[in-house]
Design a protein around this ligand. Structure first.
Ligand SMILES: *[C@@H]1O[C@H](CO)[C@@H](O)[C@H](O)[C@H]1NC(C)=O
Ligand SMILES: *[C@@H]1O[C@H](CO)[C@@H](O)[C@H](O)[C@H]1NC(C)=O
Length: 394
């Protein structure tokens, strides 16, 4: 990390503090005092009818063929300037440069930050906010953007309808380490306590997104934390990001929601909100239930074998047709040779069949033709009976 970047820190801190509105000063929590059931007393929008997160009941989603893949803009052009990682007491936040954005929605959106929601390291409930068919994932990433076509900045957009677009990426923990995720978890110990900030090397944000950005759920919802403004166009990807169990555990056990030196140390865990009623909202899917079905490895094998058998069958048919045509051409040629009194080579030459379409076959058929010509000529010379079956190829 270079020293100019370090010098910037107090400036960034200053802007962060002045940008914080008074609503953020109310010390809300996930459970306990001002826990999620109390949020709406202090933040009226949290009691609204279009809240997030929600459960995605796949059978109840509506396929919308008009939903094209979302396109991240500049996610991979991270440049050399470090990113700011911040423990805000509720989650770990990475501020994103303003040249990153999102295309593929009705407006252009500009990236603001990304943050995480997780569980408590136990084997009970997962830590994702959105659930699919009632089941949580292990954790969830939210990449927050504001509508930069309609609004000049995040603060102006945050409470407006269609003001924000958030990408939701469900995280599944397994055996394999995700190198991209190390760009974050390896630095979390630098921001153990609430309000701590550090600079981390810039990295490719696209690598935190699933490979397939074409399959997602879309609905109108809200911020999942106070003040819960109902301003978010949600995109929750169907494909999950895989990290290792060790990486998940590190994220779940490194941070505190309490400040440094506070007597009551509180681990920052289970920072996910319960799913909210859909009320009359519809969740749209960018893919149909059928195409959304994952193929099992058995099904994949079946498809591969089927395609191979089909190809072999087709090759056999083509070969049979070609042979039959050659057979009749040969019959015709022999007749000509036998009836001709002039040079049989000339006649054969003029009767050359049209070239075969593909290179290899063409070479082969050329060879065969030569053989045929020779044998026909000698047969013609010997005035043998016209019995053509010189083809011995399988
Ligand atoms: C955001 O835009 C509004 C409206 O133009 C402006 O009043 C406000 O100062 C801007 N806020 C920031 C933090 O730039
Ligand atoms: C969200 O609400 C807008 C109205 O502001 C509506 O046009 C749009 O279709 C809704 N989108 C979804 C995904 O429900």
């Amino acid at each position: 990390m270079n020293s100019p970047a370090l010098l910037l820190l107090p400036v960034l801190l200053f802007f962060r503090r002045t940008a914080a509105n008074s609503a953020e000063e109310i010390p809300w929590t996930y459970s306990g005092l001002v826990g999620q059931s109390d949020w709406s007393q202090y933040f009226p929008d949290c009691g609204g009818s279009s809240q997030s997160p929600v459960d995605v009941a796949m059978a109840q989603t509506k396929y919308d063929p008009g939903l094209s893949p979302v396109t991240p803009l500049g996610y991979s052009q991270h440049g050399n300037q470090p990113f700011m990682l911040h423990n805000n007491g509720h989650t770990a936040v990475i501020e994103l440069p303003e040249w990153m954005g999102l295309e593929g929605l009705p407006w252009l959106f500009t990236a603001v930050q990304l943050h995480f929601h997780w569980g408590n390291g136990g084997s009970g409930h997962g830590g994702s906010e959105h659930t699919i068919d009632g089941r949580s994932a292990d954790a969830e990433i939210h990449v927050v953007h504001y509508n930069s076509e309609l609004y000049p900045n995040m603060s102006a957009a945050v409470a407006q309808r269609n003001g924000l677009a958030v990408l939701g990426i469900l995280i599944e923990a397994g055996e394999e380490t995700n190198p991209a995720f190390n760009n974050i978890v390896n630095y979390m110990s630098r921001v153990r306590h609430a309000d701590e900030i550090t600079l981390i090397p810039a990295f490719d944000i696209r690598s935190l997104l699933p490979k397939n950005l074409g399959r997602y759920y879309r609905y109108n919802g809200s911020l999942t934390t106070p003040p819960c403004h109902q301003s978010v166009i949600w995109t929750v990807f169907h494909e999950r990001l895989r990290i290792s169990k060790a990486q998940l555990l590190k994220m779940e056990t490194t941070l505190y929601s309490s400040r440094d030196g506070e007597s009551h140390r509180m681990l920052l865990q289970d920072n996910y909100r319960a799913t909210q009623p859909l009320n009359h909202r519809v969740i749209f899917a960018s893919f149909s239930a059928e195409s959304g079905k994952e193929l099992s490895s058995g099904e994949v094998t079946a498809v591969v074998i089927g395609v191979m058998c089909g190809c072999v069958g087709l090759a056999v048919i083509v070969r049979f047709v070609v042979k039959t045509i050659r057979f009749f051409k040969l019959l015709h040629r022999e007749t000509v040779v036998v009836n001709s009194s002039s040079s049989s080579w000339d006649v054969l030459h003029n009767n050359r069949p049209a070239p075969m379409p593909r290179g290899k076959n063409q070479e082969k058929s050329e060879e065969t033709k030569q053989d045929l010509a020779l044998s026909t000529t000698s047969e013609a010379e010997r005035k043998a009976e016209p019995s053509p079956s010189p083809q011995t190829e399988p």
